[in-house]
Design a protein around this ligand. Sequence first.
Ligand code: ADP
Length: 172
Amino acid sequence: MTTAIYPGTFDPIHNGHIDIATRAAKLFDHLIVAVYERPGKSILFSVEERLEMARKAFEHYSNISVESYATLTVDFARSKKASVIVRGLRVISDFELEFQMALINKKLAPDIEFLCLMTSQEYAFLSSSIVKEVAALGGCVDSMVPPHVREALQRKFKELGRDKITIISLRD
Ligand code: ADP
């Protein structure tokens, strides 16, 4: 049985992530969407919230599960007996970072392969930052996220007050 992990921040999960995960799930027996607990960038949703949104997004996929982790990605992969780390690629600027991460991970864990899937054209512009920015300003995110994520964004921005939102980072 081949297990792969798809690690990321997923703050929040959006249709571009879901597209990568569902395509990757066709290549492996089991795909674990791995929600990184402590990213170095500022985040809007707690790890529990990010987990819940991701779990709901994949509830109808029998070979996709969702877990959080706070260790090195390769250590998490090993603990799950995963032999592949999947990532998504949008633009050239993604490539630089993913390439660097692939090389570092390969050094740390030569037995684990790093696989990048190209974004689908309709999601090439999509990032969690864009979703948060559009939602914070009251724009429509229906084509970007599933309904339960849209509702979570609306709840969060109501709770926080839109004027308190500082947006965030362009690369995510
Ligand atoms: P990270 O902070 O680890 O980059 P993200 O949640 O931003 O976490 O992204 C997780 C993975 O999904 C990354 O490999 C990223 O390049 C990829 N990704 C994000 N958005 C898209 C998209 N629209 N199409 C394809 N891949 C994407």
